[in-house]
Design a protein around this ligand. Structure first.
Ligand code: 3HC
Length: 284
């Protein structure tokens, strides 16, 4: 059983992972780059716990207990005693490689599990930034983490079977998520299927074929999806959607993974979806 968890990054995914783990009583240290982003992460976790209290799913005591188990800090070296660390920084290979290099020097226990929440980058690439590739595994959560029941556990060619088992027990046993196993190909199972669908919706919108609202309504009311593809891309973040598409395209060179020009332009313009207040829709 993991008791001391580290999470790197307190963005959408990192804060969700920290919240879910703290609610199960794990002791969580979350690393952020600056005091300002640490504060933003802390606010995000508090807001989400407050939402749980409001909806009657969480008691005031459980909320306070969860918060007492989380420390958000900029001091990376505080991770040294962690049994498992989940990297959840931006979907950028260079940034993630840097995190794994630093983790390798700081984590004392050679049997500690070093995990990435990457959406699409092959785990082998990240593992080779360390001197202990057998300890590296993918533990991929879905947004919003407190709501979505799934976790993909991704093993590289080098991942130790005990590490795979620990990842499975952590996500499935301790956090209560449904675990599926994937081999190490860009996009794993879910994003390899989801991203071409989202990109098709962007292409449909870009070509003037239908409005954003009609595309989304089509999939919500016609196929019973909880939200349409353009609203979902806004939720995931258009930068993340773009980054996952690029990883998939780099790996497979298939046109269905190629980001459409409109997606590129929106990312360049900083129209990244919900997190910036504007994507395919406006958010207050
Ligand atoms: N944090 C915590 N709880 C949240 C939440 C959040 N960010 N967002 C919603 N919730 C909870 C609400 O409190 C509510 O709980 P309640 O029933 O107890 O009141 C419940 O979820 C439903 O929320 P709402 O009523 O506010 O809104 P909706 O019914 O429209 O649901 C949604 C919102 C859960 C986001 C739903 O639309 C949905 O499931 N959308 C699809 C999400 C999805 O596909 N995610 C996967 C993205 S892909 C990914 O993450 C992979 C990555 O690698 C790219």
């Amino acid at each position: 059983m993991i008791q001391r968890l580290g999470v790197i990054g307190a963005g959408l995914m990192g804060s969700g992972i920290a919240e879910v783990a703290s609610r199960q009583g794990l002791d969580v240290i979350v690393i952020e780059a600056t005091e300002a982003t640490a504060q933003a992460g802390s606010n995000r976790i508090t807001r989400s716990l407050d939402r749980g209290v409001r909806s009657g799913k969480l008691s005031e005591e459980a909320r306070a207990d969860a918060l007492s188990h989380i420390e958000i800090t900029t001091a990376f070296e505080k991770l040294s005693d962690r049994e498992l660390v989940v990297e959840a920084v931006i979907e950028d290979e260079a940034a993630k490689l840097d995190v794994f290099r630093r983790l390798d020097t700081i984590i004392e226990d050679p049997t500690a599990v070093l995990a990435s929440n990457t959406s699409s980058i092959p785990i082998m690439k990240l593992a080779m930034a360390t001197q202990r590739p057998e300890q590296v595994v993918g533990i991929h959560f879905f947004n919003p983490v407190p709501v979505m029941p799934l976790v993909e556990v991704v093993t590289s060619l080098m991942t130790n079977s005990k590490v795979e088992q620990q990842a499975h027990e952590f996500a499935g046993g301790q956090l209560g998520k449904h675990v599926i196993k994937s081999k190490d190909r860009a996009g794993f199972i879910v994003n390899a299927l989801l991203i071409p669908y989202l990109l098709s919706a962007v292409r449909m919108f870009e070509s003037g074929f239908a409005t954003a609202e009609d595309i989304d309504t089509g999939m919500v009311d016609g196929c019973a999806h909880p939200m349409g593809p353009l609203a979902l891309a806004d939720l995931i973040g258009l930068d993340t959607t773009m980054a996952v598409a690029q990883s998939l395209y780099e790996e497979f060179k298939e046109p269905l993974y190629a980001p459409p020009p409109l997606l590129s332009r929106m990312c360049e313009a900083g129209l990244l979806g919900r997190k910036t207040g504007r994507g395919f829709y406006q958010y207050s």
